[in-house]
Design a protein around this ligand. Structure first.
Ligand code: NAD
Length: 279
C-alpha cells in the first residue's frame, strides 16, 4: 500500500513536470513576469538561463532555482548571442526562448515625441525581441533537438489604442508582426513562435506607469492591483498576476501546445474584448 502511494506520487510528480529536461532562456527574468516564469519553469523541470541587467536580483534568483544568470542588455545583439551560447555550453541545446525583457514609455503627446526616447525604447522592445528570435532560431535549427519554441511578449497596448505611450504601442504591435513572420518561416523546422499579451499585471513597470498616470508618487502595488481589478478587468475585483502570465507561457512552451504557432495569447481578464475602454 505504501509502495503504491509512493509510486503514485512519483508518477504524479513526473507527469506534472511539463518541461522536464528542457533548456530555456528568459530575458528580463530577474523580476516581474520573467521571474515568475523562471520559477514556474524550474518547478516544471526546466533548466533556466536568466538574462537581465539586474545582476544581483537575477543571480540570486538563478541560484535559488538551480539555473544560470548572465548580464545581458537585449538591445545589444552580442549580449543576446552570449546568453544563448551560455545555454548551449551549459546544457547542450536550447528548447525554449522567452523574449520577455521590455521597458515602458514615458507617454506624452504625439506632437511632442522625443525621438531619442522612441529609438531607445525600440532598441530594447523591438530589437531585443528580434535578437532573441534570431539567435534562438539559429540554435534550435542547428542544435538537432526536436522542435523548439519561441515566445515573445507583446501587450494589450498592441490591441487597443490609448493603453501605452505611442512608442510602447509601436513596439508591441511590431512584436506581433515579427512573431507571425517568424512563425511562417520556422514552422518547417518544427519551431513554434507565439506571443503573450498581458494587460494590467502589477509589476515594477506598471507601478511606475500608474504613478505617472495618476500623478501620485506614493501609490503602491496593492492600490494599483485594486484599481485594475475595479476598472480594467471583466472579472470584478480580479486583476492579473505575474503567475497568470507565467502559466500561459508554460502552456505555450509545453507539449500540450504542440499545434499552436503564430498565435497571440491575450491575458487581460477580458478587458480588450469590452466594447469600450473601462479605465
Ligand atoms: P518589470 O519591469 O518588472 O520587468 C522587466 C524586466 O526586464 C526587468 O527585470 C528588467 O531589468 C528587464 N529589462 C529591461 N530592459 C532590459 C534590457 N535592455 N535588457 C535585458 N533586460 C532588461 O516588468 P514586467 O511587467 O514584468 O514586464 C515584462 C514584459 O511584459 C515587458 O516586455 C512588458 O512590456 C510586458 N508587459 C507587461 C504588462 C504589465 O501589465 N506588467 C502588460 C503588457 C506587457
Amino acid at each position: 500500500m505504501e509502495t503504491d502511494t509512493r509510486m503514485h506520487d512519483e508518477i504524479q510528480s513526473l507527469s506534472t513536470k511539463r518541461l522536464m529536461g528542457k533548456v530555456a532562456v528568459i530575458t528580463g527574468g530577474a523580476r516581474g513576469i520573467g521571474a515568475a516564469t523562471a520559477k514556474l519553469f524550474a518547478q516544471n523541470g526546466a533548466y533556466v538561463v536568466i538574462a537581465d541587467l539586474l545582476d544581483e536580483l537575477g543571480a540570486n534568483l538563478a541560484d535559488s532555482i538551480g539555473g544560470r544568470y548572465i548580464h545581458c542588455d537585449v538591445s545589444k545583439e552580442a549580449d543576446v548571442e552570449s546568453a544563448i551560447k551560455l545555454a548551449l555550453t551549459w546544457k547542450g541545446g536550447l528548447d525554449i526562448m522567452f523574449n520577455n525583457a521590455g521597458i515602458g514609455d514615458a507617454g506624452g503627446s504625439i506632437t511632442n515625441l522625443d525621438m531619442d526616447q522612441v529609438k531607445y525604447l525600440v532598441s530594447i522592445n523591438v530589437y531585443g525581441n528580434l535578437h532573441g528570435m534570431k539567435y534562438a532560431a539559429q540554435a534550435m535549427i542547428k542544435g538537432g533537438r526536436k522542435g523548439g519554441c519561441i515566445i515573445c511578449t507583446s501587450s494589450s497596448a498592441a490591441l487597443m489604442g490609448g493603453l501605452g505611450g505611442h512608442a510602447y504601442t509601436l513596439s508591441k504591435e511590431a512584436i506581433l508582426g515579427m512573431m507571425r513572420s517568424a512563425a511562417c518561416e520556422l514552422g518547417v523546422h518544427g519551431i513554434r513562435v507565439n506571443c503573450v499579451s498581458p494587460h494590467g499585471v502589477p509589476s515594477e513597470m506598471l507601478v511606475s506607469a500608474y504613478r505617472k498616470f495618476l500623478g501620485r508618487m506614493d501609490v503602491n502595488l496593492e492600490e494599483i492591483s485594486k484599481i485594475i481589478g475595479e476598472r480594467a478587468s471583466l472579472l470584478p475585483g480580479r486583476c492579473g498576476s505575474t503567475e497568470d502570465v507565467a502559466h500561459a507561457v508554460l502552456y505555450l512552451a509545453s507539449e500540450n501546445a504542440e499545434y499552436i504557432t503564430g498565435h497571440n495569447l491575450v491575458l487581460d481578464g477580458g478587458y480588450t474584448s469590452a466594447s469600450s475602454n473601462m479605465s
